[in-house]
Each structure stands twice: as structure tokens, then as C-alpha cells.
Design a protein around this ligand. Sequence first.
Ligand code: ADP
Ligand code: MG
Length: 346
Amino acid sequence: MAEEKIPFTPISTIGEFKLIDKITKDFEINNTSTIKAVGDDAAVICTDRHQVITTDMLVEGMHFDLSYTPLKHLGYKAVVVNLSDVYAMNAYPKQILVSIALSNRFSIEAVEEIYKGIKLACDHYKVDLVGGDTVASPKGMTISITAIGETTKDKLTYRNTAKEGDLIVVTGDLGGAYIGLQLLEREKKIFIENPGVKTDLEGHNYTVGRQLKPEARKDIIELLDKLNIVPTSMIDISDGLSSEVRHLCIDSYVGAVVHEEFVPIANETYNTALKFGMDPITCALSGGEDYELLFTIRPEDEDKFKNHPDFSIIGEILDFNLGVKLHTKGDNYHDLISLGWDNTKS
Ligand code: ADP
Ligand code: MG
């Protein structure tokens, strides 16, 4: 939590053009479809496949808190949340555009840190930075990233095409990012009240990492390809499982049942939730920012998913009139609702 002592050079000392050059010059081009990247009036992309385009905006104080988010992590996460939306279409991201609004509170060094994180993500996910915009802001920071991906028409996967009888699959585990956020907020409070106190996040690497440095599930899209499976529908889990299952059902005009006992929760998430006096399943159902994938498959494909460590089959798609239900461990059925936490931010 303690601020690192890095130099502070005002952006005004070099101006916008030099700043853009400084922060973008180390980026390499990974994709043959990128014909022209940063440096002209517009980027040029050439491909014969379907294009998938998505954008997300992150506002300081609303979507991120710089008192506990390192700038490099912020840059990385800002890219990842966009790529996750491209993967959720069963497509591969290829290019990004990054627009950033900055107040004079931010130095050249600070912007460079953010771009180090953006570059790490570009290298890891093999996407090209092809443009953006840099503007001044009277207050705080806003980052808006647009990601462009591609896939073939037969692989494109929408969220409104789930069918009765399909199985509901979720990747990874859930609730970790929410618990990580609770830990960071707790540490921030302690730090504000007692600035001398050393922060203590020991034993919480997994959950704090899920919050500060999430990954998008590129590996799952590659695996689905290898298994020769096109999900019948798919969505990424940014707002929590309940909310995304409901989205998928409303858009597909179907109902669903999710079995509580099959919802994947990591041990660290489970144990920390209990320490906070929270119900772990509530964290998994309503906590956001896990960036896992939720998709549906035809029941005949079930064998390909059984016992696979990355996949949990958590429920079934039902007729619309049956509603969207949670089947609890105690064998009760409730409406699957997002439990009143703030989901307005996404
Ligand atoms: P213009 O005035 O024609 O919009 P800019 O000076 O804004 O041009 O941008 C010059 C080039 O740098 C363009 O290719 C633009 O896409 C790119 N660019 C500007 N800001 C950023 C940024 N924050 N990140 C990445 N590329 C940027
Ligand atoms: Mg511009």
C-alpha cells in the first residue's frame, strides 16, 4: 500500500505527441492482420474473417482505486477485461485501442507504468496496440479500451442461443476477486486509520491476485477449438454468476436450474469468506470480476467436459416458464437472484 518513490515529471514538459511516442514505441506487432498500427490518422486491419468489437471504460474512483491498485496492474487489467469479452464470443482478440484521460496529478512515469502493464497483456495475449487517444482531464483518470477480435462464422457464440436441455458449464472458480476486493478495502481502511501499520495480506495471494491481476480465459477458447466444440451460448462472468445466468436466460428466452453443490469455489476464497462472516456461495453467485466463462453445451457433449479440472457442469437449461432457480445443498429451490450488491458499476 505504501507509495513507491518514483520520479514525477509533469506531462506538460514534453507534450502529448512526445508522450504518445514514448509510451507506444516498444510495442511489437504480433498479427498479420495488423497492416498499420499507431502513427497515422487511423489504424488499418485486413482480414477475411468475422470481426468482433467491444469496448470498456474504467473510471478512477468508480472502477479502480489507486490507493491499492498498482498502475502496471491497472493497465494489465484494463486490457484483460476487454479481451474477456472477445473470448466470450468464442473469438480471438487481435488488436486494441487505448484512450486515456489524465489530470495533471499524473506524471510521465505514471503513464509509462500503465503502459508497461498494457504491454505485458499485449505480449501475453498476442494482441497489437493499434491506436488510441490521449487527452487532459480536470480530475482523475479514465481509461477506455476497445478490443477487436476475429473468428469464423460457424464458431461465433452469442448469449441468446441457449436451448432447453443444454448443460450449463462454468470455467475456473468463482468469488475470489470479490474476496480479494474485500481484503484490499479492509487494508485500505486500516492504513487510513493507522498509517504506520504494515499491511497484512499474507495467505491471500490467490484472492488478491484474482482482483488485481485477473486473466482472460484464452486457454478455454483454444481448448474448445481442440475439443471441436462450439458452445450453444456463452457469456463472460464480470458481474457474478447469478446475474450472468439470468442474462443468458432472458436473452435466450429459457429458464435454468443451477445446483449450489457444483458451483466451484477455491479453498482460499471459501475460508476467507467465512472469516469475513460471509456465505461463500453468496460470494460466488453475486461477487463480480472473476472473468471466467459461462457457457452451455448440448448434453451429448457432456463426456468431453466430465472430470476436466477447468470445467464445472453446474446446471441445466429449462423451459422459460420454470424460471431461473438455485437448487440449494439443503434441496430447496429459490429464484436465482443477485444478492443486492452493487452491480451498477460495470
Ligand atoms: P490525431 O490527432 O490524428 O487523432 P493523435 O495525435 O491523437 O492523432 O494520435 C497519433 C497516433 O497515436 C494515432 O495513431 C493514435 O491512434 C495514437 N495514439 C494516441 N494516443 C494513444 C494512446 N493513449 N495509446 C495508444 N495510441 C495512441
Ligand atoms: Mg487523436
